[in-house]
Design a protein around this ligand. Sequence first.
Ligand SMILES: [Zn+2]
Length: 192
Amino acid sequence: MLSQEQILEKLKTSGALLQGHFKLPSGRHSLQLVECARILQYPWHAEELCGELASRFKDKQVGLVMGAAVGGIVVAFEIARQLNIPAVFTERVNGVMSLRRGFSIRSGQRILIAEDEVITGRSIREIIRLVEERGGIIVGITALLNRSKGEEGGMNYPFEALAELETKTYEPEECPLCKKNIPISRMGRRPI
Ligand SMILES: [Zn+2]
């Protein structure tokens, strides 16, 4: 089983966890940037990380894995591949989390919800509502990274993440790196 330190080390070496001086879309500054897609682009890493999560649910008679587009698609798919069951993903349509593309769930179907990272838990809560409305049974919720700082409340189901990661953010005038006149890193969410 991979330790928390091993997971974070893999995220760093694959470029998914970056150290620097970053300006977030919110305008706040951060000393770390996380982009799970950067490690999930390597199928062998996705296989290993999602395999850890799949193993935790292999005895739970899961019938379907469900993630939210875009971040949850690869994680849900790879967990489902290893459990030998289907995976579907949800999308927001006019702001409402929905099942499109002919995807459906059956009443009584046992469902595992999977995400790359959980920060506010908003997407997860929306998927929970969607599944509950259709009579699905939520077996658990899983993610590579829990960045919610304990604010994942409201899920009310077993939650398993591979690693916990707290990312501090600062208003620019309080940012320790700005105080040292360290320039903003060129690597942001949008590659340039
Ligand atoms: Zn700064």
